[in-house]
Design a protein around this ligand. Structure first.
Ligand SMILES: C[S@@+](CC[C@H](N)C(=O)[O-])C[C@H]1O[C@@H](n2cnc3c(N)ncnc32)[C@H](O)[C@@H]1O
Length: 478
């Protein structure tokens, strides 16, 4: 009997979140054959039954397909920002003397958490162990075993300043460098499946989380699930770092995206529980859902409510007042498309994707070619994980309004998981379109507020020709 590769792929996706496609599918096929030989099993059905029942064997198979690519001081701007801004700020704000808790989620063979430890040791000297504790986890126990050994070859140092390498490593052989004990003791490693419902309760209360270069292997739904898990394990005000190229695609509304010193990171605010609020209760949505803000109290809402009033309230993330204001507008002008669109956008931001899509369709009944309605429908589908609908909606907008770069940008982002060649082409067009623009809403009524520098950066990165994998380096989709 045989079990087809799709069943294996589905199980892997369900348990670990990992999407297996392209080259990774060949790697999976080879891994299944190898493990069947080791387990002395003759057919794939027997092996499938084994991994269903035996978690250890499932993890053994998984460790053969995970992409563990990592190196010291990867994306060092995050490390400088951590040591110069985030940690000093958190230390100054903490109301106890407990060490700050840092998590490296998806730490692979340890280069990331050890880089964090080295950067902090450089900044704070020998006192660092009392100031921070670093936990690092990965689903791949083979990678974790190598992390605990803390012995690295030259390739791991390709981005690390040589003086740091000399200071913190001892050469054990021509090709092996062992990390000094003073840094090793700063990091605790443990096995961790971010998709597991059974994530240990003590994996919690983090002040900073590094979750870099992991989400690229997940679909949007999995990203949302994992972000929600991480959110629940972080303190309010804590920072989340993703890889530079992943950041915008992970702006899912769970965290607040912040730009500071030209660097984007996410910050935990209280979760907006939109999905648990019955729509029938609106517009009397409780003000308690408003995200906490540190800005000074605003002046009372103006007596005359306009579309701009609502747009400003949305930009300020003052959703409670935005809901009330848009309800007033809709009552005043029931046949106007503007209030309908902004109402839909508020639903979207509060993660009620079905409600947002319904309002977008209503808006299309008033104007079938409304770019705002198309973008709203596309975003509702994208964030609600309906790729086909999202692609169709964004394409319809582009057909009617070819210069609507936000629609094309979101289309390119979705195409990255479906058709890399088309995605690169779309990114290239967006890059040309955004060269001279200054409106982060792309001329739309919806206050999208897309950070233009980030958009340009991502278009440059993803619009470039695809880089060939080095022999022995696994690159997904290559
Ligand atoms: C490309 S490495 C990233 C390493 C490091 N964060 C960096 O940026 O250099 C991705 C890691 O994520 C891990 N991973 C994938 N799915 C995971 C999951 N569900 N839970 C925990 N780790 C996971 C993989 O095993 C792999 O080691």
């Amino acid at each position: 009997m045989t079990t087809d590769i799709e069943s294996f792929k589905n199980l892997i996706r369900q348990r670990s979140g990992l999407l297996v496609s392209g080259l990774a599918e060949d790697i999976l096929t080879t891994a299944i054959k190898t493990r069947m030989r080791v387990c002395k099993l003759a057919d794939t059905s027997a092996y499938y039954a084994t991994i269903l029942a035996d978690e250890a064997e499932f993890l053994e198979l998984l460790s053969r397909i995970t992409v563990n690519e990592t190196y010291f001081f990867r994306e060092p701007e995050h490390l400088s920002f951590l040591t110069s801004k985030v940690v000093p700020r958190l230390l100054a704000e903490r109301d106890n003397r407990l060490p700050l808790r840092i998590l490296s989620a998806g730490c692979s063979t340890g280069e990331e958490p050890y880089s964090i430890a080295i950067a902090l040791a450089e900044k704070f000297g020998s006192g660092v162990s009392g100031l921070v504790s670093i936990l690092a986890g990965d689903i791949d126990s083979h990678a974790l075993a190598r992390a605990r050994q803390a012995t690295y070859g030259e390739f791991s140092f390709r981005a690390m300043p040589p003086d740091l390498k000399a200071r913190y490593f001892t050469r054990a052989s021509p090709r092996a460098h062992v990390l000094n004990e003073e840094i090793r003791v700063l990091v605790d490693f443990r096995h961790m499946n971010l998709m597991s419902d059974a994530l240990a309760p003590e994996i919690a209360d983090f002040d900073v989380v590094f979750f870099r270069n992991v989400s690229i292997y997940f679909d949007p739904q999995t990203r949302m699930t994992i972000q929600t898990t991480l959110h629940s394990r972080m303190k309010v005000g804590a920072s989340l770092f993703l890889g530079v190229s992943e950041t915008l695609a992970n702006d899912l509304g769970v965290f607040r995206l912040i730009e500071e010193d030209g660097l984007f990171h996410f910050v935990k605010r209280p979760l907006i529980a939109a999905r648990s609020v019955p729509i029938a209760l609106r517009p009397a949505l409780p003000l308690a859902i408003r995200p906490e803000r540190k800005s000074p109290p605003r002046a009372p809402a103006p007596a005359v409510v306009t579309l701009d009033t609502v747009r400003t309230l949305i930009r300020d993330e003052n959703y409670g007042e935005a809901v009330t204001a848009v309800a007033t507008l809709r009552a005043q002008s029931p046949t106007d498309i503007g209030p309908l669109l902004l109402d839909g956008y508020i639903h979207l931001l509060m993660r009620d994707f079905t409600g947002a899509a319904a309002l977008a369709r209503k808006a299309q009944e008033l104007d079938n070619w409304s770019a705002d309605a198309g973008v709203l429908l596309g975003l509702s589908a994208k964030w609600g994980d309906d790729t086909e609908q999202a692609i169709q909606s964004f394409k319809q907008v582009i057909y009617a309004k070819p210069d609507c770069w936000p629609a094309r940008f979101h289309l390119a982002d979705i195409l990255r998981t479906v058709d890399l060649v088309k995605a690169r082409r779309e990114y290239g067009i967006v890059l040309r379109q955004v060269q001279a623009v200054s409106d982060p809403d792309g001329g739309l009524l919806l206050p999208l507020n897309l950070p233009l520098a980030d958009v340009r950066f991502l278009c440059e990165r993803h619009g470039q020709p695809f880089i060939q994998a080095k022999p022995g380096v696994k690159i997904r989709g290559a």
